[in-house]
Design a protein around this ligand. Structure first.
Ligand code: A2H
Length: 253
C-alpha cells in the first residue's frame, strides 16, 4: 500500500424492494450498494453488509443507468474510471447517511443466504474504498467481532433499528481451510486472542496478521467452482466470474 493505485473488486449488492423511505424516489431503478474488497474469493461467505450510521453517502447515477450507493469520495474516483456519463462528473441523485439505509435487504453474489441486510459497523473509515463493506465473518476478524457484538447485544440492535431476523439467523460459513486455523479462521483467531468486541483494535490487528498471509499462501477453497484449489490461484477467476455476471466491477484508488 502507499505506492501506486490499489485495485479492489467492487461487489454489487442489489437493493431489494421495498426500499427504505429515503430511497423511495429511486423505486424501479437498479440500485446497488457497492463494497470494495481485496478478497473476491470470500464472497461465498457473505452474511451481511456493513454501513456506518453517521457517515455520509450518495446515490449516484452511472452511464449505464445503474445507481450506486457509496461515499462521494468513491463516486468521484469512479467518475475518473469510466463509470459515469461524463468523465470526472458525478451525477448525485440523493444525499443520505448510513442510518437511512440501515436494515435494508440486499441480494449479494455467491453467498448461500438469499437475502442479507445492512448492519452498523462503527469502525468504517471514510477514506478507504466506498465506505460500504461486505461482511465475511468466517475469514475477516473485524467482521466476526462486529457481527458477534450485534448478536450478543439486543440494545445495540435496537439502537439502530435492526430486527432480530436480520442478524440472528446468520452464522459464519466455512469457505476456506487454513492449516492450523481450521475452516473458520477469523473465529479461531478471535478466540485465540480473546477479542472482546469490534473496538478491540490491537487484538484485531494481531488476529488479522495471524490469518491473512497464511490464508493467502496456504488457504484452500472448500466451496464453489474452485473447490480444492489454493486461495492465491482462485482470486482472479472468481473475480472474473462475478464481473461476467454483472455482479462486480474493478475499482481503483
Ligand atoms: B475485505 P485495505 Cl474476508 N473501512 O473484504 C474499513 N474497512 C474497509 C473499508 C473501510 N472504508 N473498505 C474496505 N474495508 C475492508 C473481505 C475481507 C477483507 C476478508 C478478509 C480481509 C479483508 C470481507 N470484509 O481485508 O486497507 C474490506 O474487507 C483485509 C485488509 O485496502 C477490504 O477487503 O487493505 C479491506 O478492508 C481493504 O483494506
Amino acid at each position: 500500500e502507499g505506492v501506486g493505485p490499489q485495485e479492489y473488486t467492487l461487489i454489487k449488492m442489489k437493493a431489494v424492494e421495498p426500499l427504505p423511505p429515503k430511497l423511495q424516489s429511486l423505486g424501479g431503478r437498479p440500485i446497488y450498494l457497492v463494497a470494495a474488497t481485496l478478497r473476491p474469493e470470500t464472497m461465498y461467505g457473505q452474511t451481511n453488509c456493513w454501513v456506518r450510521p453517521d457517515m455520509k453517502y450518495v446515490a449516484h447515477e452511472l452511464a449505464n443507468g445503474e445507481v450506486f450507493v457509496c461515499t462521494l469520495r468513491a463516486a468521484r474516483n469512479m467518475a475518473y474510471q469510466g463509470f459515469t456519463k461524463v468523465n470526472g462528473k458525478v451525477d448525485v441523485l440523493l444525499d443520505i447517511v448510513g442510518q437511512d439505509i440501515m436494515g435494508m435487504g440486499l441480494h449479494a453474489p455467491l453467498t448461500k443466504y438469499k437475502m442479507i441486510y445492512t448492519l452498523p459497523m462503527l469502525t468504517i473509515k471514510e477514506d478507504k474504498g466506498t465506505g460500504i463493506v461486505t461482511s465475511v465473518p468466517s475469514d475477516a476478524p473485524d467482521d466476526f467481532a462486529a457481527l458477534r457484538d450485534l448478536k450478543k447485544k439486543q440494545p445495540f440492535r435496537e439502537k439502530y433499528g435492526i430486527k432480530d431476523e436480520m442478524v440472528l439467523p446468520y452464522d459464519p460459513v466455512p469457505i476456506i481451510e487454513i492449516p492450523g486455523f481450521g475452516n473458520l479462521s477469523a473465529v479461531t483467531a478471535c478466540e485465540q486472542l480473546k477479542v472482546q468486541s469490534q473496538n478491540d483494535k490491537d487484538k484485531l490487528t494481531e488476529a488479522k496478521e495471524r490469518v491473512y498471509l497464511k490464508g493467502f499462501y496456504e488457504g484452500v477453497m472448500l466451496v464453489g467452482d474452485c473447490k480444492g484449489e489454493k486461495v492465491q490461484d482462485v482470486k482472479k477467476p472468481i473475480q472474473k466470474k462475478m464481473i461476467d455476471r454483472n455482479e462486480a466491477v474493478v475499482y481503483q484508488e
